[in-house]
Design a protein around this ligand. Structure first.
Ligand code: HEM
Length: 201
């Protein structure tokens, strides 16, 4: 029997269980409003943290660093939920007539970004704990250390964090390139769908 886009709406889980479409879960036609809202919230928080880190390289500022820690602390639980939602929901069908390799790469990058958003804060938290660097927040609060200070562990964790964050930045650049190429060169509705536009397949 021919599979229609509408039948994907019912089969919203990649584990094959038939689940009714809800406003909270992605389905074959669209990203849910929750996915869209959290995607742009995370994008705003990540880009703000990156901007603050870049400013800190030129002009170190303890208040800004504390603010970046606060944004990271807010981002972490949202990222855990988003990664879980990404791997347990159906990813909406690609638009137009996309190259299958590009679909695989773009989806792998998206899942990689979602996973990195969970692993990188843990790596940073472990590294700063091992290096005995307090994770200060605005208002005099401090995020408790995860492990006891340990110079050797701090060195290894720092390398892991640097490698992971470089891969993340590369993936993010690819992700942005893909979004802009779809919008401005291929002129399809990929970006508009992530902005909430109802798209017919
Ligand atoms: C201004 C920056 C960004 C733009 C323009 C953008 C654009 C997009 C677009 C158009 C899609 C839909 C792709 C499709 O239809 O398959 C998408 C999905 C996705 N993006 Fe982004 N994105 C941005 C930033 C980010 C950031 C910072 C992250 C994570 C760190 C991220 C993670 C994801 C993920 C995981 C998906 C899959 C859907 C989901 O689970 O949310 N994006 N993005």
């Amino acid at each position: 029997m021919q599979q229609t886009a509408a039948s994907h709406v019912q089969r919203s889980s990649p584990d094959g269980n038939r689940k009714p479409a809800t406003a909270l879960r992605d389905n074959g036609l669209r990203f849910s409003p929750v996915t869209i809202a959290l995607h742009w919230l995370v994008a705003a928080l990540v880009l703000s943290i990156i901007a603050i880190e870049l400013i800190g390289l030129v002009r170190p500022d303890a208040d800004l660093a504390r603010f970046a820690n606060l944004l990271g602390a807010l981002l972490f639980p949202v990222s855990v939920y988003r990664f879980w939602a990404r791997v347990t929901s159906y990813h909406p069908l690609p638009l137009g007539t996309p190259n299958p390799v590009e679909v695989i790469v773009s989806r792998s990058v998206a899942v990689g970004l979602a996973l990195a958003m969970v692993l990188l804060p843990i790596a940073a938290w472990l590294w700063k704990s091992a290096a005995n660097i307090p994770l200060e927040l605005p208002g005099g609060y401090v995020i408790p250390a995860l492990i006891a200070p340990d110079r050797a562990a701090a060195g290894v964790l720092r390398v892991l964090f640097d490698v992971g964050s470089s891969a993340f930045l590369l993936g993010l650049a690819l992700h942005l390139f893909g979004a802009l190429k779809n919008h401005f060169v291929l002129k399809n509705d990929v970006l508009k769908r992530m902005l909430g536009k109802h798209v017919e397949l």
